[in-house]
Design a protein around this ligand. Structure first.
Ligand SMILES: Nc1ncnc2c1ncn2[C@@H]1O[C@H](COP(=O)(O)OP(=O)(O)OP(=O)(O)O)[C@@H](O)[C@H]1O
Length: 208
């Protein structure tokens, strides 16, 4: 498996957000994290992506204990393997859209980038500054980046939340395709249609 957690738990400001979560996620799997608002979906996603540290338990990534990784090992995980499709995270606002796909000035000008942008519904927007994109467009830019870097693990936070019906279907199909191509795709979502195309879901309950 690509990610395994053993009894992970987290407290924030003395409040338990979740505890004792043990799960295994395989390559090719598309998993939904569901639950009511405030139940900890984003927090769990952040912990699996090593953005936030857990207080208890271990997170294993490709059989290595990632809970003990130093900053340097985390950075190479974020750079080489992970992609984050978050509305407010990882987009470099004062660079253009193409640069944001590749994070490399020279590669940003290639036809591959134009094609990927077209695929996510951002065709012709490559020269626009990322700052002018809407929330939903930023989500799609995140998907473009995940496709470009051929991420092994994709973390998506409400990837369909700000989209209209047709862009929503495009994103659902693209995420499905990423998982069919070998990525593990982990999605925090309220979108029942998106949940229905996932292989399984992890339902969080508000912690009392
Ligand atoms: N940095 C923080 N400081 C204090 N509380 C926090 C912090 N981050 C998260 N929380 C709390 O943790 C709980 C879970 O938040 P989280 O954003 O993970 O929930 P969620 O299930 O993703 O919610 P939503 O569906 O509304 O996005 C909430 O009660 C939230 O207020």
């Amino acid at each position: 498996m690509i990610i395994q957690t053993k009894n992970i738990g987290i407290e924030i400001s003395g409040k338990t957000i979740f505890s004792n979560i043990s799960l295994e996620i395989n390559p090719n799997e598309m998993i939904a994290i569901t639950g009511p608002s405030g139940s900890g979906k984003t927090t769990l996603l952040n912990c699996l992506g090593l953005i936030q540290s857990v207080n208890n338990g271990d997170i294993l990534i490709e059989n290595q204990n990632a809970s003990q990784w130093k900053e340097k090992e985390k950075i190479s995980f974020w750079k080489d393997k992970a992609a984050f499709i978050y509305q407010d995270y990882g987009i470099i606002e004062d660079e253009n859209v193409s640069y944001n796909v590749t994070l490399n000035k020279r590669q940003a000008k290639t036809q591959v980038v134009d094609e990927i942008l077209h695929t996510v519904g951002l065709g012709g927007r490559g020269h626009d500054m990322a700052a002018v994109l809407s929330g939903g467009e930023k989500q799609r830019l995140g998907v473009a980046r995940a496709i470009y870097k051929k991420a092994t693990i994709i973390f998506a936070d409400e990837p369909t939340a700000s989209l209209d019906q047709s862009n929503r279907e495009i994103i659902i199909n693209l995420l499905r395709k990423c998982s069919e191509n070998g990525a593990s795709v982990i999605i925090a979502t309220h979108d029942e249609r998106l949940v229905s195309v996932c292989d399984r879901s992890i339902n969080l309950k508000p912690f009392m």
